[in-house]
Ligand binder design. Structure first.
Ligand code: NAP
Length: 237
């Protein structure tokens, strides 16, 4: 039987932190499964990586739809074993709770919380069988501190944080690491243009954050970085 290649699956790989993580993990020789909804943007990331020594698969689908995750996983798992899942895809609204529409709230919870949980559920049986694996959840400081105009987002990240803390305890016996990363303001397209214009000097670079995350991932030992809280030196916006 043909042996499967190991790969790192990065969700939300088409822009921002996910794109930087893709470039960083590729530089370090990891085969990649890059997913998000926009195939053309994923293809651009693959082109930028341009590394003939690794395999890079790009697949466009909506992470909030469990059937789409399962269908794509069936194809991916014919050739790859997922050694690391990076749950990075995320959305927000930057509006007051009273102004958020039900469809905005549903999209935020379905993508950030349920989508991440569905991804974990999908890759977990393989990791448990192999008694090895890493799950990295890109959380947010909004799960730890109050920011206005981010109620649904904070709920989604605080929910994922609680899920992840329980998961970590359940997975210790299976030798599966769970790493939660809580970034503060980072210069990416998630922010509206006016915020980027006003604060971009203060915001962190997604490339630097990705280096930090790769370092935490690459520790090969009997210890694990369980939480990384990374803030701009000058503090939150
Ligand atoms: P970004 O540039 O807007 O990236 C978000 C990514 O998620 C995109 O690749 C987007 O791709 C993907 N995505 C959104 N909805 C999706 C869906 N339904 N299905 C599949 N993919 C979806 O923003 P970012 O700042 O890099 O955000 C990455 C993560 O970091 C998020 O979880 C965010 O909450 C977290 N974070 C960001 C900051 C910050 O200040 N930037 C701070 C703390 C935490 P498509 O549009 O192609 O689907």
């Amino acid at each position: 039987m043909k042996s499967k290649q190991k790969a790192v699956w990065i969700t939300g790989a088409s822009s921002g932190i996910g794109k930087s993580l893709s470039v960083e993990f590729a530089k370090n020789g990891k085969n990649l499964i890059l997913t998000s909804r926009k195939n053309d943007a994923l293809e651009r990331v693959k082109k930028e990586i341009n590394n003939p020594k690794i395999s890079v698969e790009t697949i466009a689908f909506d992470i909030s739809v469990i059937d789409e995750i399962e269908k794509n996983f069936e194809t991916i798992s014919k050739n790859y074993e997922i050694e690391c899942l990076i749950n990075n895809a995320g959305v927000t609204s930057f509006s007051y709770a009273a102004k958020d529409t039900v469809s905005q709230i549903k999209n935020i919870i379905d993508t950030n919380l349920l989508g991440s949980i569905y991804m974990i559920k999908t890759v977990l049986p393989g990791m448990i069988n192999r008694k090895k694996g890493t799950i990295i959840n890109i959380q947010s400081v909004a799960a730890k501190k109050v920011f206005t105009k981010s109620s649904a987002y904070a709920a989604s990240k605080a929910g994922l944080s609680a899920y992840s803390q329980v998961l970590r305890e359940e997975l210790r016996e299976h030798n599966i690491r769970v790493i939660d990363v809580y970034p503060g303001a980072t210069k990416t397209p998630i922010w509206p243009n006016d915020a980027l214009e006003k604060y971009s000097d203060r915001m962190m670079s997604p490339d630097e954050i990705s280096k930090f995350i790769f370092n935490a991932y690459s520790v090969n030992s009997n210890m694990v970085t369980e939480e990384l809280v990374i803030r701009p030196m000058k503090g939150d916006l």
